[in-house]
Design a protein around this ligand. Structure first.
Ligand code: GLN
Length: 487
């Protein structure tokens, strides 16, 4: 086994025993990047020298047994939407192409405190708007399981890097599915925590009432480790939850007795590839034989979730993206007067999808339309939340496909905005209701990974991870690495 193939926990055990050093592990991962990155294209920036420095510091800590955590010396990749002090942070956009943040996002700061090693910043759809990473202003990322297909999005770079062994784990962000859907497409684990569980400070905002940072890993246990590092209250984010953080790893191996899992029927019907639906039903059958109660439930407002999301998210985006005007930072096109400067800067700096959303959002928020669009969407949002509350009266967790479709060929959906947006039908409701949800691999169809999604009530991460960890054992897919041949 090569060092880059180790999970976070395996690597941690070997580091603790001093069987390997962080330097060796980091070099192995950097070599792997050198071997496969020209095909996968997961990174916007690879930070070799930062990684080597951090590895050295981690080895020092490990040698001296000083402040050693489960992430000390572990190579991690970070989505380029999270601010990293002194490291370029582009958000997948020309408008921030040369932006070097003067501060760290809180979750980045926490990873640093835990002694993680940063190997690079990963590719993403511009401003996290998209489902395939094809809307990156720089280049598309390939799915390591089939290089002609998309890795999902918007955290496609993080997902591909984890699946290709270009890091042990990564951070992504999820506004409407951007951690879970690429995790599903790349055969890895991805968790969107409860809204407010992880600080958004230093996360470049897309839709502030929906955005959440989440771990992307090759096992459920690794996911628990990363969540442990980044979760918790942060005075710099007013929406962060002031609840204490449970010990997720300890919760992981508790018994799963008397579990009732609901199958929301709306997630298995129209628009869902029936081979995927059957695979999830198959897992449900298996769990039933092991003593889990399986119940069909209904979330009737699901039908309207996509439409409501595409009003709320662009509305918030149009307001959040107003700050990119060429004045204080970022890209600027010089012009004779300031209005012309604004216009040219934004015209050249933003890509098509981002402009599309800014226009949509500005329209729905404009006077006279606000009640018809935004306010109605907000009401739908309350109904979605109520549907879930009702379902959680009879079951503890909900199970469904993560994505209604398999990873699709590059270029297939870029010119059809509706088709692209249909990818999110199973993931958006959890964001709208602020709920935690996890995707884990549950099988393959035509050699392509299929993701299973579990959703739980607010702050149910301990149960969600425990359930996912148990299902991972039953399914038998653990540490899936894409079989990329090395020349
Ligand atoms: N695909 C969805 C969108 O384009 C979700 C994106 C996300 O979660 N960041 O809005």
């Amino acid at each position: 086994m090569k060092l880059w193939q180790l999970t976070v926990q395996e690597a941690h055990r070997l580091l603790l025993k001093r069987d390997i050093s962080s330097r060796e592990l980091t070099e192995s991962v950097l070599d792997r990047i050198a071997q496969v990155e020209d095909r996968v294209k997961a990174f916007i920036t690879v930070t070799e020298s930062v990684a080597r420095q951090m590895a050295e510091e981690a080895d020092r800590r490990l040698r001296q047994g000083e402040h050693v955590t489960p992430l000390t010396g572990i190579p991690i990749a970070i989505k380029d939407v999270l601010c990293t002090k002194g490291i370029r942070t582009t958000c997948g956009s020309r408008i921030l192409e040369n932006f070097v943040p003067p501060y760290d996002a809180t979750c980045v700061k926490r990873l640093k405190e835990w002694g993680a090693v940063f190997v690079g910043k990963t590719n993403m759809d511009e401003f996290a708007m998209g489902s395939s990473t094809e809307f990156s202003a720089f280049f598309p990322t390939a799915n390591p399981w089939d290089l002609k297909r998309v890795p999902g999005g918007s955290s496609g770079g993080s997902a591909a890097a984890v699946a290709a062994g270009e890091c042990c784990a990564a951070l992504g962000t999820d506004t409407g599915g951007s951690v879970r859907q690429p995790a599903s497409f790349c055969g890895i684990v991805g968790l969107k925590p409860t809204y407010g569980r992880v600080s958004r400070f230093g996360l470049i905002a897309f839709a502030s009432s929906l955005d959440q940072v989440g771990p992307m890993t090759r096992t459920v246990a690794d996911c628990a480790v990363l969540l442990q590092a980044i979760a918790g209250h942060d005075p710099w984010d007013s929406t962060s939850i002031p609840e204490p953080v449970p010990d997720y790893l300890q919760e992981l191996n508790k018994e799963v007795n008397g579990l009732t899992i609901g199958l929301p029927k709306e997630y298995f019907g129209e628009g869902v590839d029936q081979r995927i639906a059957q695979m999830i039903y198959g897992v449900a059958k298996k769990l039933e034989t092991l003593g889990v109660r399986i119940e069909e439930v209904s979330l009737p407002t699901t039908e309207y979730a996509l439409s409501a999301y595409y009003i709320i998210a662009p509305a918030e985006a149009s307001s959040n993206l107003a700050r990119y005007d060429g004045v204080q930072y970022g890209y600027r096109v010089p012009a004779d007067d300031i209005v012309e400067m604004y216009c040219k800067t934004r015209k050249e700096g933003f890509g098509r999808e981002v402009k599309h959303r800014i226009m949509l959002g500005t329209y729905t928020l404009s006077s006279g339309y606000y009640e018809a669009y935004y306010l109605r969407a907000a009401k739908v949002r309350s109904l979605i939340r109520r549907d879930f509350e009702k379902a959680f009266q009879t079951c503890q967790l909900l199970m469904s496909p993560t994505s209604p479709i398999l990873p699709f060929p590059m270029g297939e959906r870029t010119t059809d905005p509706l088709l692209m947006k249909m990818c999110d039908i199973c993931t958006i409701p959890a964001n709208m209701a602020g709920l935690p949800a996890i995707s884990l691999p549950c099988g393959f169809i035509d050699g392509l990974p299929v993701g299973l999604q579990l959703t739980g009530p607010p702050l149910s991460e301990p149960l969600l991870l425990r359930g996912a960890n148990w299902i991972e054992k039953q399914v038998g897919l653990f540490n899936c690495l894409a079989p990329l041949s090395v020349p």
